[in-house]
Design a binder for this molecule. Structure first.
Ligand SMILES: *Cc1c(COP(=O)(O)O)cnc(C)c1O
Length: 221
């Protein structure tokens, strides 16, 4: 845990009026509580079981974000309390969240994940799929689409990363001025991690997800 690094990241993020999601996956509750005592309340996890265990054990005013790939059969476990699901990467997942939201009579806040990286392995809608999905009129009442999320290619090539972030920002702006023009809640652009968050902020990110820089390297992910 590097409290100094946390304050440095927080300052940069605040300067851009963005939100810092502290990615605490694989880290113990004690580490989360250290940041909690600094006043931090927004934490991100990528495993449902771990997220539920931590939410159960830790203070109830923490906002829990599900940041990783989410399996449909696990949506029900986080649906009652999750603050934001970042990785809605398919229509089938979207529909499952809508179903669980309806059961709970809750509007579950979500981001649609867009595939912007060169790697084949990253999840998400292509730009074309996303545009088609939103235009399809299949939007459900119990899922609140609050914005978009993306992950850039894992590379040292900053021009490449900038290009990918700029593409996502453009798509976000197009939707904000188009389909979501009358929806002020469509306001979140989640992009940027430990390795690329300064680039993301300069490209208009409103939410960064930073883990290892704050909590130290992980043994597994
Ligand atoms: C793990 C993870 C992060 C944080 O990664 P760091 O490089 O440790 O900052 C951000 N976003 C997602 C989706 C992740 O799974």
């Amino acid at each position: 845990m590097d409290i100094q690094a946390y304050h440095k990241v927080l300052k940069e993020v605040a300067h851009h009026k963005a939100t810092l999601v502290a990615v605490s996956k694989t880290k113990p509750n004690e580490a989360i509580m250290e940041l909690y005592k600094e006043g931090h309340r927004v934490f991100g996890e990528n495993k449902v079981q771990e997220l539920c265990a931590k939410a159960e054990a830790l203070p109830k005013d923490i906002e829990w974000h599900m940041i990783g790939h989410l399996q449909r059969n696990k949506v029900k476990y986080i649906a009652p309390f999750v603050s934001l699901i970042h990785g809605v990467d398919s229509v089938r997942l979207y529909k499952e969240i809508g179903k669980q939201g309806a059961k709970l009579d809750r509007e579950i806040p979500c981001l649609l994940q867009v595939h912007i990286a060169e790697e084949q392995t990253k999840f998400g809608f292509s730009k074309e799929e996303l545009t088609a999905f939103i235009a399809s009129g299949e939007l459900l009442p119990n899922v609140k689409i609050c914005g978009l999320m993306g992950m850039a290619t894992n590379t040292d090539d900053t021009a490449q990363i900038n290009k990918e972030f700029a593409m996502l920002k453009q798509l976000f702006d197009d939707l904000k001025e188009g389909h979501f023009a009358n929806d002020p809640e469509f306001s979140v652009l989640s992009m940027g991690m430990s390795g690329d968050y300064p680039l993301a902020l300069s490209q208009g990110s409103t939410m960064v997800r930073v883990g290892s820089l704050i909590f130290g390297a992980r043994n597994y992910t």
